[in-house]
Every structure is written in structure tokens, then in C-alpha cells.
Design a binder for this molecule. Structure first.
Ligand SMILES: O=C[C@H](O)COP(=O)(O)O
Ligand SMILES: CC(=O)C(=O)O
Length: 210
């Protein structure tokens, strides 16, 4: 089933940003996250195993698997073939936006400045990822653009933790947050899926502060 970004973002307060090095970790990792209540999984194209991992994770019941770190338009076809149900990029530029919009796969592009936000709005993209969120102003930036760019809903990502996520989630223009804290490299390396399910459970239970 095709879901738009609004719907995908409503499935959980946190989108885990995943770097997968060993293909054999793909299925148990996806199962651990879904079991903890985080169905939306962003698999980044930062490792040779990423595309095959995405295809495996996409078969895990309940998982909604997308591709992250899509930085080149040629990758759009690759991730579509791997079954990505959404596409995330750390930033955006016209050729890449054209390719993703042509693919009709829901898109969550990264932005760091008001000019980038306005460019994407002009392309009809109202769901954007503030990245790297804590570096480019974090909560202050999101508050500052809320009134002038009131049509945008953000998924801030980069530097967010379980303890800071509720402050982001409390902002009216934030729909969810992204982060890698639920998939620590050490736990993945050790195959400690129970610990990852517990981190996912805590993340899925996060609520807006206040
Ligand atoms: O590259 C960074 C990821 O997008 C997520 O950021 P994080 O590791 O600070 O949560
Ligand atoms: C950081 C990010 O959004 C990405 O790698 O796609």
C-alpha cells in the first residue's frame, strides 16, 4: 500500500536512521524495531549492504521501509527496485527532486535554511527533514520558521536523543523525529536484539514535552 509522508510520520514518534553493515542483521534488526513499536525504518545508503538489506527488511511484517542518504538521482531507481516506500535525503537540489518526484515515491528531503525550505515548498513538498537539526538551530530554528513558513511539517534529525526528543515533538510544526540512538552500532554488532526492542519501546512511548 502506498502511504504519503503524513501517514508514515503518524505511525510512530521516531524514525530510526539505520546503517547496516552485515546483511544477516537486516531481518532481526527490523523485527526488533517493529516489535518495540517502531515500524518506520530508514535504511541509509551508506554501506554496500544497504539495498539488499532494505529488500529483506521490507518483507518483515509491519515494517514500512524507506531509503535514506539518497544523494544521487541514479539511486532513486535502485531504491525503488529494492522496495523503498519512502525516500529521504540529507539535502536536496533540483535534479534529485525531479527524479524523486518522477518516481512518485513519497519524499522527505533535508533542509537546513529557510531558502531551501522555500524551494521545496515551491516544488509542492510540505514535509521536510531539518538536518542536521541540532547543528542548524534545532528548536530555535523550528520556532523561528513556524510562522513565516507555516505550511511545512518537519522531521528534525541529527543530534536528537531520547531525552531531547519530547521537546522537539512538542512543537506544532514537528510531525516526528529521526535518530540513530535506537540502533547503537555496538548492540547491532552484538546481535542484542532484545536491547534494541527495549530502546524502540521507549522511543515509541515518547510523547511531546509539557
Ligand atoms: O547521520 C546522521 C543520522 O541521520 C542521524 O543522526 P544522529 O545519529 O545524530 O541521530
Ligand atoms: C541524514 C539523512 O537524512 C540521510 O542520510 O538521508
Amino acid at each position: 500500500m502506498r502511504m504519503d509522508i503524513d501517514h508514515i510520520a503518524s505511525l510512530a514518534p521516531v524514525i530510526p536512521v539505520i546503517i547496516i553493515d552485515r546483511l544477516e542483521d537486516a531481518e532481526p534488526l527490523a523485527k526488533a524495531l517493529v516489535a518495540g513499536g517502531l515500524p518506520v525504518l530508514e535504511v541509509t545508503l551508506r554501506s554496500p549492504a544497504a539495498l539488499d538489506a532494505m529488500a529483506i527488511m521490507a518483507k518483515v511484517p509491519g515494517a514500512v521501509v524507506g531509503a535514506g542518504t539518497v544523494i544521487d538521482k541514479a539511486q532513486v531507481k535502485d531504491v525503488a527496485d529494492a522496495g523503498a516506500r519512502f525516500i529521504v535525503s540529507p539535502g536536496a537540489y533540483p535534479d534529485l527532486v525531479d527524479a524523486v518526484l518522477d518516481s512518485t515515491i513519497p519524499y522527505l528531503p533535508g533542509v537546513a535554511t529557510p531558502a531551501e525550505m522555500m524551494y521545496l515548498l515551491s516544488r509542492g513538498i510540505h514535509h521536510q527533514k531539518l538536518f542536521p537539526a541540532t547543528v542548524v538551530g534545532g528548536i530555535d530554528m523550528l520556532k523561528a520558521v513556524a510562522s513565516p513558513l507555516s505550511k511545512i511539517r518537519f522531521c528534525p534529525t541529527g543530534g536528537i536523543t531520547a531525552s531531547t526528543a519530547p521537546d522537539f515533538l512538542a512543537l506544532p510544526n514537528v510531525m516526528c523525529v529521526g535518530g540513530s540512538w535506537v540502533t547503537p552500532a555496538r548492540l547491532v554488532k552484538d546481535g542484542n536484539w532484545a536491547a534494541i526492542t527495549e530502546l524502540a519501546r521507549q522511543a515509541a512511548a515518547l510523547r511531546p514535552a509539557g
